[in-house]
Ligand binder design. Structure first.
Ligand code: NCD
Ligand code: ZN
Length: 343
């Protein structure tokens, strides 16, 4: 039995850092373990222009505690008014590493997202030309589509047509939750990849709904049936380089989670790597962990891998059940299983 495991320092390819006091409270938990993260732009108001991204990057760096090293990889929030030239300039300056597509109304703070996909054709063309990845929140918002089907329908109605229209466009399907998405990535070419969250490898929809409603397990896309969770575990541990970690750690205060209409999001930054080590060990695939957390992501984003190594040791870690912030407590994702690996 392995007692320790040394891997390249991980990166997080989908992260919500928020702003202000919440940013200050959650950032150290990511910076403690991850070298870089793709920073989601769904602030209020959203991070739309290169100038917005530069200002947000400065606020993140100002919130980073002395002595910690962390590189935020910025993204732009795609709107129907996004200017292709602004996107190209933001990439050329090295600031922006992806553009995020939120169908309008799909999730937290997505009201400024895209309704008419024809209106973003010019931006997508430019992105295909310059090799800038599009990160997709892959759910349709059509109220007549069942929430558990929204990812599969998005692939058919939105994503596949976009990819056929822009074959050179590089796409990351974010936080996939279904075997349909896993199959679509497997069948795709080198321009298509997907991130998988920690929590979707651990919970299925029963965790949210059986025996009482558990708001801390509610996130978007919502966790699906067990067979989908198993497909995600198989994909993450398969060694296929087009699947990699995007935690989608999405902190909300307990006050905002525990409402009659509570916010979507699981906060996993502090315990993600301990949970992943457990999941990969359960799957007999500890040797694939480094690829998933530290190699496949930079490879797709055409960035160097981290040279620094981190050691996981077989020591049961201890995590608080919540962290305190100036805005109130934020509960950690509870994997409901003993953890044996510490960083
Ligand atoms: C995210 C958030 O809270 O910003 N919530 C979530 O459930 N994942 C938004 C998102 O990525 O959908
Ligand atoms: Zn997210």
């Amino acid at each position: 039995m392995n007692q320790s495991l040394t891997i390249r320092r991980p990166d997080d390819w989908h992260l919500h850092l928020r702003d202000g006091e919440l940013l200050r409270a959650v950032l150290p938990h990511t910076a403690a373990h991850f070298a870089r993260a793709i920073i989601m732009p769904n602030l209020v108001p959203p991070v739309v222009t290169g100038a917005d991204a530069a200002a947000y990057r400065d606020r993140i760096m100002a919130a980073l505690p002395e002595g910690m090293v962390f590189e935020p990889l910025m993204t732009l929030y795609l709107t129907e008014e996004t200017d292709p030239e602004d996107v190209a300039a933001a990439q050329a300056s090295g600031l922006v590493k992806a553009v995020k597509l939120y169908p309008a109304g799909a999730t937290t703070n997505s009201a400024s997202g895209v309704t008419d996909f024809d209106r973003v054709t010019g931006v997508l063309e430019k992105m295909a030309d310059i090799g800038l990845p599009l990160c997709t929140h892959g759910e349709v918002t059509d109220p007549s589509v069942d929430i558990f089907d929204r990812e599969a329908v998005f692939i058919d109605r939105v994503l596949d047509p976009i990819r056929k229209r822009h074959p050179g466009l590089r796409v990351v399907m974010e936080h996939i939750t279904t075997s349909d998405a896993v199959d679509y990535v497997r069948e795709g070419n080198e321009n298509l990849a997907a991130t998988i969250t920690t929590h979707h490898l651990v919970i299925n929809r029963n965790h949210i709904l059986a025996g009482g409603i558990r708001p801390h397990y509610y996130c978007l896309p919502v966790a699906k049936r067990e067979r989908h969770r198993l497909a995600l575990r198989a994909a993450a541990t398969s060694g296929n380089a087009r699947f990699f970690l995007g935690t989608d750690s999405a902190p909300h205060t307990d006050a905002n989670k525990l409402l009659p209409c509570g916010c979507a999001g699981c906060f996993t930054a502090p315990n993600t790597l301990s949970i992943l080590a457990e999941v990969f060990e359960q799957e007999g695939a500890l040797d694939q962990l480094e690829g998933f957390t530290s190699i496949n992501g930079p490879h797709f984003y055409r960035l160097p891998v981290n040279e620094e190594r981190v050691a996981l040791t077989r020591t049961p870690p201890s995590f608080p059940d919540h962290i305190e912030t100036e805005e109130g407590p934020v509960t950690l994702f509870d994997p409901q299983m003993p953890l044996n690996w510490s960083l």
